[in-house]
Write a protein that binds this ligand. Structure first.
Ligand code: GUN
Length: 299
């Protein structure tokens, strides 16, 4: 079997076209959606993600504002910048780019984001509401994966989904969403991580494998069953002297090997990545429309 490719770029484009109508409707009501991004330090991958997010905002007709602090910025200054974005009336969504230079600051800084503007869905209030099935901003990557599955007509109801990776950004919220009693959920979910004894034992039983461990080519063809659907969340930079930038992007799966065995697979780049940014725009538009404060978003 040769897998069909799930084209994240094309699905993202379709979703952005759909959102353009909603953005136009909001503007007619005098609401101009805005996203505020806080970047601390100069990590190359983070700088490149932030530029991509701002470019996407520009293309969608969304206002964006960036605060860029040096890596040495003290905790108080980072909190003050977060509050500055929270209180900016032109900003409906606030995002703190992760990782912070000092990961110990992350919990406190994420809690400083106003839950009403938490377009990343990483505030404890948002995470709690998601877990309870209440209206909440869903974290962008898990939400993007649900859209990829839905729009590729992959049924999750009754499916066995094995997620490899338990981060609070991807693995754990995704396990919650997929196991929820809802149209895009109803799956049986296994969450594997670095202490799982035999990851392959679990992935071989999966109808859908989601690789989100941040380990290049962790999932190989012998680890999946024939016809499985494979979603690769990994964005690993691996050194490559022949590449212009000196590195190339590699997912968490051995794409070439899996391609011969899976029924559907996402490429890296061009799979999950474009959806993450699209869902950020989606959450910003939802926030501008008052979806969480008014009750109603998602289902
Ligand atoms: N760093 C890598 N992915 C993400 C994301 O989805 N949100 C934030 N805030 N930082 C990230």
């Amino acid at each position: 079997m040769t897998a069909k490719i799930i084209d994240g770029k094309a699905i993202a484009r379709t979703m952005r076209e759909e959102m353009a109508e909603e953005i136009a409707r909001l503007k007619q009501r005098g609401i101009h959606p805005g996203l505020g991004v806080l970047l601390v330090g100069d990590d190359p991958a983070s700088c490149s993600y932030v530029s991509a997010k701002e470019k996407a905002c520009g293309e969608a007709g969304i206002h964006s504002r960036q605060i860029h602090l040096p890596a040495s910025a003290p905790y108080d200054e980072i909190l003050a910048a977060t509050h500055d974005l929270n209180s900016d009336a032109a900003i409906h969504g606030v995002l703190v780019q992760l990782p912070l230079p000092d990961p110990k600051m992350e919990r406190g800084v994420l809690q400083a984001v106003s839950p009403d503007k938490d377009v990343d869905g990483l505030h404890p209030v948002s995470a709690g509401r998601l877990m309870l099935g209440l209206p909440a901003p869903w974290p962008c990557t898990p939400h993007g994966i649900l859209q990829l599955l839905k729009r590729s007509r992959v049924k999750t109801a009754g499916a066995h989904v094995v997620i490899v990776g338990r981060s609070s950004l991807v693995g754990r919220p995704l396990a919650n969403l997929l196991s929820m009693k809802s149209e895009q959920g109803n799956a049986t979910v296994t969450l594997c991580h670095s202490c799982t004894k035999d990851i392959a034992y679990h992935t071989r039983q999966a109808d859908i494998v989601i690789a989100a461990a941040g380990r290049p080519k962790l999932i190989t063809a012998d680890m999946i069953r024939e016809g499985a659907v494979v979603i690769d969340v990994g964005v690993n930079r691996v050194e490559d002297a022949s590449a212009k930038k000196g590195y190339r992007l590699c997912g968490d799966t051995d794409f070439e090997g899996l391609r011969e065995k899976a029924s559907l697979i996402t490429p890296v780049p061009g799979g999950v990545g474009p959806m993450t940014i699209t869902m950020l725009i989606y959450n910003t538009v939802q926030s501008a429309a008052g979806a969480w404060s008014g009750g109603g978003a998602h289902g």
